[in-house]
Design a protein around this ligand. Structure first.
Ligand SMILES: [Mn+2]
Length: 316
């Protein structure tokens, strides 16, 4: 499909509840100096225009904080991701917070409207909330609901303002981008009841960290790829909070009992072997929250460097 990688950096943290994730990509670049200073300069890097200056403004929309700016971000990201495919390149996305992934999925579908898209979401969180269910209103917990075109009104807890609903509907677009049956989770361990109910209703699978240790990463990767056998293209999103806080706490919402660095890397190395892979994302590195220097970005870099190199070698 593609001959070359295109790195896209999205330095936006509007969807996160803490400040600093917009610095995730520069933190990864700095981490690379320690292990492979020639890594990033080898690639074409494009910065997606963001609305991150909204962090200086007061939050107005309670159940979808900064949803106005995030809706604009969705459009920017969608356009850049779609343009990358139109240039016959493979997008490798580095995003601040995970809300941006909804825009990436929109971009994949804009470029390939008739292809069936499968998503493998490696994360501590389900990110399945909507403004109607979210306990925090932080939009980094909502990107998958936009892709699924899912309000989850059966589990409604909130009454979002009209403006919130307007932006939310814009982000969902007119069509479902990913079917509920085409989503596969690895590493989830911090879910709220509305998300659990939605996963139960649609039988959305999650391989827990304990199950992964029992099965081995290769079997987990095989299970995910077989589960998505009817999909034409696959997007993998790697939230660094899927890893254990002993790796580092340099991420917005760390959760105990996560993947080791080796497990994350080996899992991703197996997953990216699938020739249907169309896009890979790394997200939620927050160096301002790191309690060990830049160790989250360093760990994330050690994970993704061989993964991205494998994706590249498979393109040739
Ligand atoms: Mn996430």
């Amino acid at each position: 499909m593609a001959k070359k990688l295109q790195f896209l950096s999205i330095m936006s943290e509007l969807g996160a509840g803490t400040r600093g994730a917009s610095l995730g990509f520069p933190a990864l670049e700095i981490a690379s100096l320690k292990y492979d200073p020639e890594f990033f300069p080898k690639y074409s890097i494009k910065e997606v225009e963001t609305d991150n200056n909204l962090v200086f403004k007061k939050k107005t929309l309670k159940f979808g904080k900064r949803l106005d700016g995030i809706a604009r971000m969705y459009r920017n990201i969608q356009d850049e991701v779609a343009a990358t495919f139109n240039d016959k390149k493979f997008p490798v996305v580095f995003s601040g917070d995970h809300s941006n992934a909804g825009g990436t999925i929109a971009g994949i579908k804009a470029a390939y409207p008739t292809k069936r898209l499968g998503v493998i979401w490696v994360d501590a969180h389900g990110d399945l909330h909507s403004p109607y269910t979210s306990p925090t209103g932080n939009v980094h917990g909502m990107p998958l609901a936009t892709a699924l075109h899912e309000d989850n009104l059966e589990n409604k807890n909130n009454d979002p303002q009209e403006e919130t609903i307007w932006y939310w509907n814009e982000m969902k677009g007119s069509n479902q981008r990913v079917k509920h049956s085409d989503l596969f989770f690895v590493g989830l361990r911090d879910l709220e009841q509305p998300e659990i109910n939605l996963m139960t209703k649609h039988n959305i699978p999650n391989v827990t960290v304990d199950e992964l240790r029992e099965m081995g990463v290769k079997a987990v990767a095989e299970k995910a790829l077989i589960y998505l056998k009817d999909c034409d293209i696959i997007y993998i999103s790697f939230d660094v909070d899927s890893m254990d806080p002993s790796v580092s706490r340099g991420t917005g919402t760390p959760v105990e009992h996560g993947l080791t660095e080796d497990e994350a890397r080996d899992l991703l190395l197996h997953l990216v072997e699938d020739e249907r892979l169309c896009c890979f994302e790394t997200t939620e590195v927050n160096p301002l929250l790191d309690d060990k220097g830049n160790s989250m970005a360093e760990a994330a870099f050690r994970v993704i460097k061989p993964v991205i190199e494998k994706i590249e070698s498979n393109l040739k």
